[in-house]
Design a protein around this ligand. Structure first.
Ligand code: P5A
Length: 440
């Protein structure tokens, strides 16, 4: 992409209304614009990141055996009256009336809707287990929307829902999602620690939040340093390996980690002092096992192996896809701007000419841009007639993993500069070697 053709409104000054670094950087680097309190438009660069995060979430959900679908944002209040949550949900629910005076709402979550959808089609134990998910916008009329996309009113969530014949099966579904979450967050270049949590308005008695450690997080967290040593990717573990999944859950449960909501002083005190870690964290995911709460209330039943009717056991599993954009920035930035992990970066490489009036530099840049693009390397080419320093400043702010910097001084010796945004390390390299280096 050529910067001269991009809608990339970079701000020099830090916006006064943004309190935390990720929100400031998202506004400054032109990722989002607020359109109403807690509601944001995703500008092209922010949208690219959002899509990358969404794709990682999707691939890991598919691998874990969940199946993607898409449910609407607007729901009928009748569904929520069936489960009994319509009144209980309170003022966070945006309630709407249509022209026929029917009560509707903008969905804050989809337990009811999916239970109603599968109710007529899941008929027998042979139709279970099932896990269905979608990635869709939600609305929660938060009292205090703040920190930009971190606590928005409209936000993008991946929400999955599992249906199993019995508790044993449902627990395995829960453990599979636990593993999928560990892998998902690791692929995004962040560490999210699973912590025992309260289940709140979703319900149930087994629940974990996934917390990215960051000083600006909304929750206070307490955890055992042993968590830092666990191999969260669990490469050896297969989703069909039931004993292995039980083992993973046992390991997670045995290692202390809790938010302020569930913190247990007695267990904490048992930990040797040097292993106690405290801090703040951002909740990027939350999983729930709630048994038959919705299936029983909404009359979902299947015939069991013995012919008797059985109420399936359910769980639901959320990831804050739009919140993750802010959370990743909180976890990965420096004084100059964002430092994107490669997997979620909007482009891999930023190509910059230091002197737009130097014909040789422009020729080399145009040629490299064409070659990088042909090799499938996502490249943002700053072809503007701007001062080199300004272009380098906005490249650092935008935070692409690599920069290729082209200037007459280097070209006189047959080299360009290749800079690693994270380490700041620069090497001189011949233009012909750039593509090979970035694709190896
Ligand atoms: C699980 C999936 C649920 O709603 N029902 C379906 C369950 N869980 S949750 O914890 O309430 O939300 C899941 C994740 O969504 C993100 N999130 C938000 N992101 C931005 N702004 C908000 N206001 C907001 N509220 C929730 C969080 O990452 C949360 O873990």
């Amino acid at each position: 992409m050529r910067v001269s053709r991009c809608f990339l409104p970079v701000l020099k000054e830090s916006p006064a209304d943004a309190q935390i670094v990720s929100h400031k950087l998202m506004l400054r680097a032109g990722l989002v614009r607020q359109t109403a309190a807690g509601i944001y438009a995703w500008l092209p660069i922010g949208f690219r990141v959002l899509k990358k995060i969404e794709q990682i979430v999707r691939e890991e959900q598919d691998r874990a055996g969940a199946q993607e679908m898409l449910m609407p944002t607007i729901q009928s209040a009748d569904l929520w009256k069936e489960s009994g949550r319509y009144d209980a949900y309170g003022p966070e629910m945006l309630r709407i009336k249509d022209r026929h005076d029917r009560e509707m709402l903008y969905g804050p979550t989809n337990e009811e809707m999916l239970t109603a959808i599968v109710r007529d089609d899941l008929k027998s134990y042979r139709d279970l287990p099932r896990n269905l998910y979608h990635i869709q916008w939600k609305f929660r009329d938060e009292v205090r929307p703040r920190f930009g996309v971190m606590r928005g009113r409209e936000f993008l969530m991946k929400d999955a829902y599992s249906f199993d014949l019995d508790e044993e099966g449902a627990r395995l579904s829960y453990y599979r999602q636990l593993l999928a979450y560990l892998r998902t967050f690791q692929r995004m270049g962040i560490q999210a620690v699973p912590m025992k949590a309260d289940s709140g308005p979703i319900g149930g008695d087994l629940s974990h939040e996934f917390i990215v450690l960051a000083p600006t997080g909304e929750s206070e967290v307490f955890y055992d340093a042993a968590f830092e040593a666990i191999d969260w990717n669990q490469k050896h573990l297969d989703y069909t390996d039931e004993a292995g999944l039980h083992g993973l859950f046992a390991q997670v449960s045995a290692t202390y980690a809790a938010t302020d909501e569930t913190h247990d002083e007695a267990r904490w005190a048992e930990l040797p002092e040097e292993r106690r870690r405290t801090g703040r964290g951002i909740e990027v995911g939350h999983i729930f096992y709630f048994g038959d709460k919705y299936s029983a209330a909404m009359g979902l039943k299947v015939s069991g192996q013995d012919g008797n009717m059985v109420t399936p056991m359910m769980g639901s599993y959320g990831i804050g896809v739009s919140r993750l954009v802010g959370a990743i920035i909180e976890a990965s930035h420096d004084d100059a701007g964002i430092v994107w992990p490669e997997e979620v970066a909007p482009w891999q490489v930023g190509l910059v000419t230091m002197r737009a009036d130097d014909a040789t530099s422009v020729d080399v840049a145009e040629d490299l841009y064409a070659r990088l693009t042909a090799a499938g390397v996502e490249t943002l080419y700053d072809d503007r007639d701007e001062r080199g320093g300004v272009k380098l400043g906005s490249m650092d702010l935008i935070g692409l993993p690599w920069q290729v910097i082209i200037g007459p001084r280097g070209l006189a010796h047959g080299v360009v500069e290749l800079k690693n945004r994270r380490t700041g390390e620069k090497i001189e390299i011949s233009p012909d070697a750039v593509v090979g280096r970035l694709t190896s």
